[in-house]
Design a protein around this ligand. Structure first.
Ligand SMILES: [Zn+2]
Length: 75
């Protein structure tokens, strides 16, 4: 009843998932995106892992327009 076909399809699916994980861009860069910074003026939180980019790319606070100097690292 198509069990062999379904098994093949499943193994192909698993293989494609594994392949996509292997070629997932730049793992070194995403690993370093763990810092969290808080704006001391307005309390805005810049979470690198959520933003998907390092704090160094932030030019100013989107809320109060303060520069990165107004931020302090939370972790
Ligand atoms: Zn701010």
């Amino acid at each position: 009843m198509g069990t062999i076909l379904e098994g093949l399809r499943f193994s192909n699916l698993r293989r494609s998932i594994e392949n996509s994980e292997d070629s997932g861009g730049k793992p070194e860069e995403t690993k370093t995106l763990r810092g969290v910074y808080r704006c001391r003026v307005c309390g805005y939180i810049f979470d690198e892992s959520l933003e998907g980019k390092p704090f160094s790319t932030l030019e100013k606070c989107p809320i109060c327009k303060q520069g990165p100097g107004a931020f302090q690292q939370v972790r």
